[in-house]
Design a protein around this ligand. Sequence first.
Ligand code: ADP
Length: 244
Amino acid sequence: MIKINNLHKSFDQLQVLKGMDLEIEKGKVVVVIGPSGSGKTTFLRCLNVLETPTSGRVEIDGQSLDFNERVTKKNVTSFRRLTGMVFQSYNLFPHMTALENVMEGPVMVKGMSKSEARAKAESLLKKVGLGDKVDDYPFQLSGGQQQRVGIARAMAMEPKVMLFDEPTSALDPELVGEVLKTMKDLAQEGMTMVVVTHEMRFAKEVADEVIFMDGGVIVERGVPEQIFDAPKEERTRRFLNKIQ
Ligand code: ADP
């Protein structure tokens, strides 16, 4: 589903991604861990071209962008639709209800009829456990509920891959579980997911593969048992010792 070749990203003189290669199969859940500043967020943002990679090639579901050449805006726009992104901050439109937030993309971007978009949004909100909150505004919802609206909103665009950038970091501890549960449900439905998170329990329970990044490269990757219980690389061991 995803193929990444020699991905580089610099901000001026600062080299953040220093050549990443990765393939992710359809339906897999990949959790990306690593120290702060190692480039995890930048990596995710490059996957949906919120950041333009400096060089390298990214392919998702058969569509590719080669950043060694010039990419056109049109290609970027269609490529971006392949992924749905969930951010640390929920970024909901404050003046719209939960339902309207989820309907917005399908109506405005995809040109879906309002009635169809409404039915879809209702069913997605029900799926994330918010069937009784469709008419609430963001300020009436808890952080966990807002984040679940965020997930429903991303899903409404029918992405091939869901990208999660520390989706539970801004939440009070008692609200983390409900968001992780929603993500787990998505994973069980076969969604391909790339998740940057500090939630090691989620990684252990849900990830098919864990990637440890440091200094803009993939230091080590493997199934959760291998990475957490028997890491091969010293850098991985040191990181895990610090956080566990
Ligand atoms: P992580 O998610 O692993 O904490 P980030 O990808 O957020 O790491 O950041 C990696 C490095 O890139 C950091 O040094 C950060 O300051 C830098 N960086 C990220 N975004 C920008 C930007 N838009 N402009 C300049 N530097 C950036």
